[in-house]
Design a protein around this ligand. Sequence first.
Ligand SMILES: N[C@@H](CCC(=O)N[C@@H](CS)C(=O)NCC(=O)O)C(=O)O
Length: 214
Amino acid sequence: MTATTMTLYDCSTAPSPRRARIVLAEKGVRHATVQVDLRAGEQLGDAYRRINPQCTVPALVTDDGLVLTDNAAIAAYLEARFPEPPLFGNTPAEKAEIASWQWRVEFEGLLSIAEAMRNRSPALAERALPGPVNYAQIPALAERGLARLQRFVVDLDAHLAGRDFVAADRFSIADITAVVAVDFARIVKVQPGDEHANVKRWRAAMALRPAMSL
Ligand SMILES: N[C@@H](CCC(=O)N[C@@H](CS)C(=O)NCC(=O)O)C(=O)O
């Protein structure tokens, strides 16, 4: 474990902070955790707003005084500060392939789940997007999100045929993001089935990494 003190603003049930939790664990970075109660709306309260005006988790307050308010910043910072093990690849070609899949998993996977969930959950009426501004739900977006998500699982399955990792033939940030997306898809009742044997094989292999149980 690296001797340093950082604080992760987390929510144990939410997918976005899980991504940061896994990166911290894979890098072996010791940190404190503060739970933010999203169901109670704590992210919108004054105290948390002072830490992260975007009113989202994760946020990471580093030991050198930075406040990092999204996964992209957190992962980029941790990779630069703690290069081992590399999660963004080593060679230019690896970095490019990992960045490409990271984007695809975010855009086709995570955003589809968010569309499907946030545009139909009664608990999120007026909260169709995270952040300080309220937006009304658009039910058609929930339908589109579900269709996109189902397609994402099919495409991921085809991509993983003959592969052990999402990108560059090595464990990377793209695997972390994909695990979080595939697991959280259950919130809209999408789960890899027998027809997605490659996703299931890859997910079972990922489960051998202790960080993936966080
Ligand atoms: N860009 C952000 C998105 C974070 C995000 O959307 N977090 C959700 C939890 S998964 C959140 O804070 N939601 C608060 C809300 O719905 O009000 C990141 O990935 O770091």
